[in-house]
Design a protein around this ligand. Sequence first.
Ligand SMILES: O=C(O)c1cc(=O)[nH]c(=O)n1[C@@H]1O[C@H](COP(=O)(O)O)[C@@H](O)[C@H]1O
Length: 290
Amino acid sequence: MNSIMDKLYNAVEEKGVVCVGLDTAFEYIPQHISEGRSVEDAIVKFNKDIIDATIDVAACFKVQIAYYEALGMKGMMAYKKTLEYLREKEAIIIADIKRGDIAATAKMYAKAHFEGDFEADFITLSPYMGMDSVEPYLPYITTGKKGIFSLVRTSNKGAEDIEYLDTASGDKVYHVVGDRLMDMGKEYVADCGYHPLGGVIGCTHVEEGKALRKRFSNMFFLIPGYGAQGGKAEDVAMYLNNGNGGVVNSSRGILLAYKKDGREKEYALCAREEAIRMRDEIRKAVADLK
Ligand SMILES: O=C(O)c1cc(=O)[nH]c(=O)n1[C@@H]1O[C@H](COP(=O)(O)O)[C@@H](O)[C@H]1O
């Protein structure tokens, strides 16, 4: 069986590491698109254009649910239609929902985002309620069709507040989280060598890149922080294994690429150019590491 991890691994081999972040704030949409359309239609039109323009150069798409939830029902309709379109195009979908709750509730989140209107291939989780808050997702993971990305070491400054705390063993809290995921994931390692309990590892603290890659050798990384948050291709290259083993998200950097040269009418083409530039820059950084 071609599991979701094998699909993601193969997509990276074929298309590179770029994960296009559909964090579509309504104000990002150029006026000629939003004018005369409902909020829902404008978001869907913008997202479809970005998807069409980047699908052959993106390993996957990450849809950040907050941007849609913030708009109420019309936002959630746009979210549903965006996921439907991605599925129609056979794109790999990461739903960035960052859930974390007791097992009974987590079971409902799993159903909500691995089935039905909001079905995605991967979802993001916050593991801070412990591994019993992650276990309810396993029935979906055992099918080989679904996976998760749990926060491990995030890209924000506040990562230092809790994730960086020292534990009695000398490890940081984020090491312990990663170890637990590695332990839980070992039963599910796919043919490509990675298991579907991936980790979110921001690329804004470069000094740890190599160490994390070594310690969590068969954990697939979702790497945010490139571009708008200051992460560089040289940093990202260290979080990868020969250019695979992770996908690198860029949201604002891709969606707002048109603003740099005031090319509003060409927003989709600008997104494509930026995704290609990013892909090639990271490929070069990986090659330079060797
Ligand atoms: O889980 C995430 O995706 C995530 C984790 C993290 O540590 N940092 C982080 O920025 N993110 C997400 O990655 C995206 C980054 O967006 P840009 O900074 O615009 O590229 C947003 O959707 C964030 O919610």
